[in-house]
Design a protein around this ligand. Structure first.
Ligand code: BG6
Length: 480
């Protein structure tokens, strides 16, 4: 279904995110028939560029980052026709009247502003937008991480945005929420009555969430070294996965019902003790360079891996730990959530010492799908021996689709901005609550004299992470 015709201004249009994600996503949505051809996309950045220079620049970006679809010359031309460019001085006077004149020259009903710039410019740009009247009461503003470095800076950012925009106009992107499989988590939980009665501490032994990456930090060491895995992945993406797994059923699938429930989860998280945290940093291994080399900082103590044991103090979850882990340069790229159910209360089978509990594995990427681990009788005459086997559902096979061609998270989210649907965006209080929980962990690390534990590049993470589970008689799933 096509969205309403819109004007979208991309601040920072010559940056990496715009080239890699925003522009290719819009282009794909146009090819899919969702972006109307009356839409206008304005690039806005500091450098002077003419409209045609910007069009050439975008054509190059699309050929690089959307090579297959950019071969379609007719669509490419139609897309480039939607583009215009304004050189703008974010903190000064230059370019604003020009932008206003161009925007007011059209009659598209939706206006959105994408801040693909450093957060230090969010305040200045939003103030200009509202002062000049370029942003109206129903315009939308899109921002993206890093949404603060800690609670204090996140509060300051929120205050700057809300000085010019109402919360209902602010779209904070966490691209994990745009992933098809992450949304499927909600369908799995709330469109299947089967699991809900069991989805609690009485029946679930623990939950483990893994976001393992095989890539390192090459090329973005400067940003990453100031951030680390906790700020880069845990405070946002993993927190969202945790919330969707743990939240109460919202009464409706609408923005505030969903976000209220997520917020309650974050607020119920227990403070994490230092002993329940592991931070690691990859060293050279398996032919790959070390973190320090990538970050170009021989003394760096930044973590490229985090594992945490987290408790949630509420009626549903008290007693069921959530184990979280994420890291760079691990053996494989693998994101999944495993819900490990308890063992049956009594074992009637003498042939097996233990009857393993069932587990539900939700694979977010790659090989998106769901696996239920079931216990069956081992075939043969060996008596009643038990074995755990997978009952497997892969989206690609079951739905006969090529999951690599599923709409990218950004495509979905940008179209949601135009539609005015905030369900898959973070609310300001949610971001602040996540920082309020993360800050003491970061502070405890900063105060500790210990360095992150080294792990081999291309391995499965530091031994400390394995120990975190072993101590509780539990085990991580293999990263493979
Ligand atoms: C980004 C992080 O937000 O998410 C990156 O800054 C990380 O460090 C990326 O690699 C992971 O996203 P995805 O979609 O590849 O899982």
């Amino acid at each position: 279904i096509p969205v309403d015709p819109f004007d979208l201004v991309i601040f920072g249009a010559s940056g990496d995110l715009a080239q890699r994600k925003i522009l290719p996503s819009l282009y794909h949505r146009m090819i899919a028939g969702q972006m109307p051809r009356e839409a206008r996309i304005f690039g806005a950045a500091r450098s002077k560029m003419s409209r045609s220079e910007f069009q050439d620049y975008v054509a190059d970006a699309l050929r690089k980052f959307a090579p297959e679809s950019a071969k379609d010359e007719e669509s490419l031309k139609a897309f480039l026709d939607c583009l215009d460019y304004v050189a703008i001085d974010a903190t000064g006077e230059g370019g604003w009247s020009d932008l206003k004149a161009k925007i007011e020259d059209g009659a598209n009903p939706v206006r959105a502003f994408y801040m693909s710039v450093a957060p230090s410019l969010f305040g200045a740009i939003s103030e200009r937008l509202s002062q000049t009247g370029i942003a109206t009461e129903d315009s939308r503003i899109v921002v993206e991480k890093p949404l603060g470095h800690d609670l204090e800076s996140a509060r300051a950012l929120n205050a700057q945005l809300s000085a010019s925009f109402d919360e209902s106009q602010i779209y904070r992107i966490d691209h994990y929420l745009g992933k098809e499989t992450v949304q499927n988590l909600m369908a799995l939980r709330f469109a299947n009555a089967l699991f809900e009665p069991l989805w609690n501490a009485q029946h679930i032994d623990h939950v483990q969430i893994t976001v393992a990456e095989s890539i390192g930090v090459a090329g973005r060491g400067g940003y990453y070294d100031k951030s680390g895995a906790m700020r880069d992945m845990v405070q946002n993406h993993i927190m969202q996965l945790l919330c969707l797994t743990a939240m109460e059923p919202p009464s409706r699938f609408d923005p505030d019902s969903v976000r209220d429930e997520k917020l309650k989860v974050i607020r119920a998280l227990d403070p994490v003790e230092l002993k329940d945290t592991v931070r690691g940093q990859y060293r050279a291994g398996n032919g790959e360079a070390s973190y320090k080399e990538h970050a170009e900082n021989p003394d760096s103590k930044t973590e490229s891996f985090v594992a945490l044991k987290v408790g949630i103090s509420n009626w549903r979850w008290t007693g069921t730990p959530f184990y979280l882990r994420t890291g760079k340069r691990l053996r494989a790229r693998m994101s999944e959530i495993e819900v490990q159910f308890k063992e049956p209360p009594h074992n009637i089978f003498r042939g097996s010492e233990r009857v393993p509990g069932n587990a539900l594995v939700i694979r977010l990427q790659p090989n998106e799908g769901i696996t239920m681990l079931m216990t069956i009788k081992e075939p043969g005459q060996g008596g009643m021996r038990l074995r755990r086997v997978p009952l497997d559902m892969s989206f690609a096979q079951t739905l006969d689709i090529d999951t690599s061609e599923m709409a990218d998270a950004y495509e979905r989210l940008i179209m949601d901005v135009i539609r005015g649907d905030q369900t898959l965006f973070m609310r300001g209080d949610e971001v602040e609550a996540a920082w309020a929980w993360t800050d003491p962990i970061l502070q405890a690390w900063a105060e500790s004299s210990a360095s992150p534990e080294p792990y081999d590049a291309g391995g499965s993470g530091p031994d400390g992470a394995l120990a975190l589970m072993h101590m509780d008689g539990r085990k991580w799933r293999e990263i493979e």
